[in-house]
Design a protein around this ligand. Sequence first.
Ligand code: PEP
Length: 248
Amino acid sequence: MRKPYIAANWKMNKTIEETEEFINSFLPLVNDVSDVDISIAAPFTSLGAASRLLKSSNVILAAQNIFYEEKGAYTGEISPGMLKSAGCSSVIIGHSERRQYFSETDDIVNRKIKIARKSGLDVILCIGESLEEREADKTFEVLDMQLAGSLKDMPLDGMTIAYEPIWAIGTGKTATKEQANEAHTYIREWLMKYKEGADAVRIQYGGSVTPDNIESLMSQPEVDGALVGGASLKPDSFAKLVLSARIK
Ligand code: PEP
């Protein structure tokens, strides 16, 4: 049995003050939770403040993006060393919004994963199909391509996979538990076929997860947790999600 893992992706939300307010309310709600891994991917500007408040807590600090070089003339980019010194131990890579708005390809995602892992950062790798791809029956083909490209020459240690069908992100339209489990099973089989240690990798579902649907999604054998956008922005809602994911 894999330990459940619930991760918040705040996207471009929360100032430093709002981050502090959230963490001060959230930590007391989850401070006795040791059977679920919890992380918060805060915006870059909030990482310092979040790191100070999360120190010696049971909540992991993550970033939402990283650049694939250690340093240099890359205006506006953030290196793995910077993330580590800001207190991060994990990073989300390949989110569909980065693929869509910033033209991130599987090759770029692969370079980012390589440098993140080399620097000792854990990675949440996001993959998932668009509505058109699902309707054209291309879901597995897309997952194949994204897994092969993103994980090229990479072992699986330190990796979590987030299956996030693009049509379910921020739309209020969740995949059914059967659809989620089917895609997760496909991902697990792919990992088993091509990589060592696939059984230990956690596969999160992401896409309009709320306190109302988490239990049903987590009842599926291949759903090991969730990557949560909108419902992670309020302390009580995110805490409810975490508590619902506890091992019964
Ligand atoms: C996400 O941003 O990864 C996400 C799943 O968002 P939401 O929960 O808002 O659909």
